[in-house]
Design a binder for this molecule. Structure first.
Ligand code: BV8
Ligand code: ZN
Length: 263
């Protein structure tokens, strides 16, 4: 990988010539919307043990604790708005989709479960969504923006995570009455194979990957930039921190750098 260019002009030139453009987004994309990241200041995994809250075994051991955590995050996100970085991705997608003939493609791959990019047409939520539930009994998957998601969780938005709500008062399936879980991918859980296939279709043709607000610590997402680079594609990093070498590097809040790069 050559030394990193920080030239917006050079990036925009390459962007024009790129045929298949994709992004890999992380919690930093939503930071300026007021949503904590995971490893940054006040991040979830700074405050809590990820294994105690985002694993199948944690849910099995204490579904109330896990639901209090995800209920808190749902209620928080429901009060937040997309920021200028989300808008820049939206505007850029519209620009690409209104090309006649369309000679470029643009796909947003995100690790975020906050749904703040959900207006995009070509969106891959690789780790699921806070606003979908999955039944642990019949497997039914359903959109759910109810606030609160159930009476039992009402008033528990304090992150004490110690309400010990009986299972029958936790979110239940409208089809079979079974216990619901958030439709997110937990640690030590496999990703949906259809999503993995769609992601690899994109990475196998991608000639420019925008890596936006991610620490690159969680797999398989953490391997994607290298994969594109080894295939000869270029990588552009948008982060407040210098997360290592890339073809293009734009250090700063992505709510400022991304609109500038994609204008
Ligand atoms: C910790 C890590 C080492 N562990 C893993 O990677 C594990 C295990 C593993 C698999 N392969 C490996 C290989 C090596 C080592 C370990 C593994 N991976 C898995 O378990 C995956 C599933 C992982 C998915 C977990 N679910 C999440 N989320 C959903 C839930 C929820 O949200 O609650 S992960 C979650 O954490 C990750 C957090 O990372 P970021 O989003 O990057 O956030 P972070 O806070 O770290 O960084 C923010 C960045 O933004 C920047 N920033 C901040 N503000 C701004 C700003 N304003 N502007 C720009 N940038 C900004 C900061 O500087 C920083 O760089 C995201 O992926 C996020 O989705 N499944 C799996 O591999 O299945 C197969 C399998 C299964 C069973 C047995 C064998 C194989
Ligand atoms: Zn069910």
């Amino acid at each position: 990988m050559s030394t990193s260019s920080t030239s917006y002009e050079a990036f925009r030139q390459f962007l024009k010539s790129a045929k298949h453009i994709a992004t890999l987004c992380g919690a930093g994309l939503s930071a300026e919307s007021g949503i904590p990241t995971f490893r940054g200041e006040g991040g979830w995994w700074r405050t809590f043990e990820a294994t105690q809250l985002a694993t199948p075994s944690a849910f099995k051991a204490n579904p109330s604790r896990v639901w209090e955590f995800y209920h808190y995050r749902r209620e928080l996100v429901l009060k937040k708005q997309p920021n200028n970085a989300h808008k820049a991705l939206m505007d850029f997608e519209n620009k690409i989709l209104s090309q006649t003939p369309q000679n470029q493609t643009f796909t947003v791959i995100t690790q975020n479960v906050d749904g703040l990019s959900s207006n995009l047409k070509n969106l891959i939520e690789m780790h699921g969504s806070l606003f979908r539930t999955r039944c642990t009994k019949c497997g039914d998957i359903d959109k759910n923006y109810n606030s609160p998601i159930c009476e039992g969780l009402k008033g528990t938005e304090n992150l004490n995570l110690d309400s010990n709500i009986p299972i029958e008062q936790l979110p239940s399936c409208t089809k079979c009455g079974g216990l619901l879980r958030p439709d997110v991918v937990w640690f030590n859980e496999k990703l949906d194979p259809n999503i993995i296939d769609k992601i690899h279709e994109e990475l196998d043709r991608c000639d420019l990957l925008l890596v936006i607000g991610t620490s690159g610590t969680v797999y398989p997402a953490a391997g994607y930039a290298n994969y594109v680079n080894l295939r000869g594609g270029k990588v552009a990093v948008f982060n407040i921190e210098d997360t290592g070498d890339a073809d293009f590097k734009f250090i700063g809040p992505c709510g400022e750098t991304l609109p500038k790069a994609l204008e």
